[in-house]
Design a protein around this ligand. Structure first.
Ligand SMILES: Cc1ncc(COP(=O)(O)O)c(C=O)c1O
Length: 360
């Protein structure tokens, strides 16, 4: 049954908007000439320099070749499978532009999940189909297959999921990818905080799979704005067609290349954040206003409390900001708390205890 559907799956190119497949993309000066030369007078840059010491007067490499070579080596993924965006939020938007004809095509999400899938869908005129996660925040593959129709071009899954923190079942994700004729996007923004493996190894066998990653979380570089998509080369080529020519700044490319030399520090921080998360989970569970702490594979925890809005405001009054998710379906009563440093977590726990003693 699944096998016959596999054979029916279209290539990314066949799923893309015909106008994008036919599009003749803008060619930048750096597209037309990418070699070395004595004098560059082709891109209307400022030939005299800039007010900075660093040479930022030149446009960056539009295809981030040096960066991609490094990422490809580190992740053991062929370079033609790597797309680099201005944060993974840009990649989400570009996926809509490539695959969803405004006013016609749809996407499917499994709420509660990361809010930008829905916002990007609305911006791009794509209807959103919703198949909520189960009460245990798990996927319902049959319901997903039933709801996805011919014009559903993008399915978004977030694993570990924001805001619930749990990993989605990889076998279910693969079975969905094998049985739908649509692009299946798995957002692994938080995968480094999980002991489970990535789904990246399934890219070869599933040309409709797209794996999103970001340097904003484990790598600690949210301010640089760099995210990646690992995907079939056809998908990468389509994304390259629609992206703004110089979507990742020279500063971001150079700084990230430098940071990538320091993976050991990232592994160290990630290990520490995981330990802090486990300690925070345990400590939160012992505080009266806390009713439940959901197990997390990310760098945050979802916490159900007695009175989320009052506790949120109580914390803000004391200079601590968490995220109120209590109005999100299936997250009723919940706050989402990012794992802080040991001192920050201790300060949060102190305030929550004092809330319990004084107000709760
Ligand atoms: C699941 C998920 N994906 C993507 C992003 C955005 O990442 P970036 O900073 O790379 O745009 C976030 C940010 O919070 C996120 O939670």
């Amino acid at each position: 049954m699944i096998q016959s559907k596999v054979e029916m799956r279209s290539t990314p190119r066949a799923l893309a908007r015909p106008s994008i497949v036919a599009l003749k993309p803008y060619t930048s000066a750096r597209d037309e000439f990418s070699g070395t030369a004595r004098i560059f007078l082709d891109a209307n840059e400022n030939s005299l320099g800039s007010p900075l010491n660093e040479a930022f007067n030149r446009y960056p490499d539009p295809y981030q070749r040096e960066l991609k070579a490094k990422i490809s080596e580190m992740e053991s993924i062929a370079e033609e499978r790597v797309f680099v965006g201005n944060g993974s939020d840009e990649v989400i938007d570009l996926l809509f532009r490539v695959f969803c004809e405004p006013g016609k095509d749809k996407c499917l999400i499994c709420p509660p999940t990361y809010g930008m899938y829905e916002v990007s869908a609305e911006i791009n005129g794509a209807e959103v189909l919703r198949v909520p996660l189960t009460k245990d925040f798990d996927l319902d593959p049959q319901a997903i297959r039933n709801v996805a129709d011919e014009s559903t071009k993008l399915l978004f899954f977030c694993s570990p999921n924001n805001p619930t923190g749990n990993l989605l079942d990889r076998d279910k994700l693969i079975s969905i990818a094998r049985s739908v004729n649509a692009m299946v996007v798995v957002d692994e923004a938080y995968i480094h905080f999980s002991k489970a493996g990535s789904i990246v190894g399934f890219l070869d066998a599933n040309p409709n799979l797209v794996v999103l990653r970001t340097y904003s979380k484990a790598w600690g570089l949210a301010g640089l704005r760099v995210g990646t998509a690992f995907a079939d080369p056809e998908t990468v080529a389509l994304l390259n067609k629609v992206k703004p020519p110089y979507n990742v700044s020279d500063a971001a490319q150079r700084l990230l290349l430098g940071a990538l030399e320091n993976e050991d520090r990232v592994l160290e921080m990630t290990g520490e954040i995981i330990s802090l998360r486990e300690a925070l989970t345990e400590d939160l569970e012992s505080i009266p206003p806390v009713q439940k702490v959901y197990r997390s594979d990310a760098n945050f925890v979802l916490v159900r409390v007695s009175d989320p809005v009052a506790i949120y405001e109580y914390l803000v009054d004391r200079g601590i900001v968490v995220r109120d998710r209590s109005r999100v379906r299936l997250c009723e009563g919940c706050l989402r708390i990012t794992v802080g440093t040991r001192d920050q977590n201790d300060a949060l726990l102190r305030e929550l205890r004092s809330y319990g003693e004084n107000v709760g």
